[in-house]
Design a protein around this ligand. Structure first.
Ligand code: F6R
Length: 237
């Protein structure tokens, strides 16, 4: 495990973007596992800037996102598909048909979970997975539990997650109670994992996840067992 302490959020974002762009330069058809949330926004901005300068080409890159809310249409501003389009995809030359986000509106959600796992296999697995971390240690929407859920599944969001995500909605009541998320096995099978954490409020959970026991009560703790994990954190704000 490599831990990099960034000076501040913009330093964190540049460092993360550097690692992702190196991945795409070295393997142009990389499968990038991507995350939403506040933390990766700066990384995506930096990648867009370098794309505009001609430094990175995403024309044959592919992406699979970690998760999506259940019950929300992809054109809804709160959906993770909308987030990815707005913060990254519509600004770079990745082909839309090469970007995958699970559907939270599938008629048969169990079938969608299975189809998403099949898709990850079909594209050859994830080359580099970008992750944020929740205050309760969740990765993707793998919430604290009795056991690690291996495959893509439907999850009931915990109260901490609902409260944390309420900032993106008009009221807490509007936050969906369920989500579809990639499982721990697909995340752990990524060739490389890049975990980013920003802010003083993430320091405690990062310490627990990286230095404490590996337990499904802190899903991110499993990352200690990954052979190629890089963590970039800034606890400045
Ligand atoms: C989002 C996701 C979540 C976030 C986590 C941290 O796709 O997978 O696990 O990474 O909730 O969110 P922020 O970055 O908003 O603190």
């Amino acid at each position: 495990m490599k831990i990099i302490y960034a000076k501040d959020y913009s330093d964190l974002s540049r460092k993360a973007a550097n690692i992702i762009s190196a991945q795409v330069i070295l393997k142009p058809n990389s499968v990038l596992g991507l995350a939403t949330g506040s933390t990766p926004i700066g990384t995506y901005k930096q990648l867009i800037e370098w794309y505009e300068k001609g430094d990175i080409d995403f024309s044959v890159a592919r992406s699979v996102n970690l998760d999506e809310y259940v019950g929300i249409n992809s054109d809804n501003e709160q959906s993770y598909r909308y987030f990815m389009d707005t913060h990254l995809f519509s600004h770079i030359n990745i082909k839309r048909e090469n970007t995958y986000v699970p559907s939270g509106k599938a008629v048969d959600l169990q079938e969608e979970c299975k189809a998403y796992d099949d898709l990850i296999q079909k594209v050859g697995g994830i080359d580099m997975q970008l992750l944020g971390i929740g205050h309760n240690g969740h990765i993707g929407f793998n919430e604290p539990d009795q056991a690690f859920e291996k495959t893509t599944h439907i999850v009931e969001l915990g109260d901490t997650t609902i409260s944390a995500n309420a900032r993106f909605f008009d009221s807490i009541e509007e936050v969906p109670r369920k989500a579809i998320t990639m499982g721990i096995k697909s995340i752990m099978q990524a060739q490389k994992i890049l975990l980013i954490a920003n802010g003083k409020d993430k320091e405690e959970i990062i310490n627990k996840a990286l230095n404490g026991p590996v337990t499904p009560a802190i899903p991110a703790s499993i990352l200690q067992l990954h052979p190629d994990l890089t963590v970039i954190c800034s606890f400045e704000s």
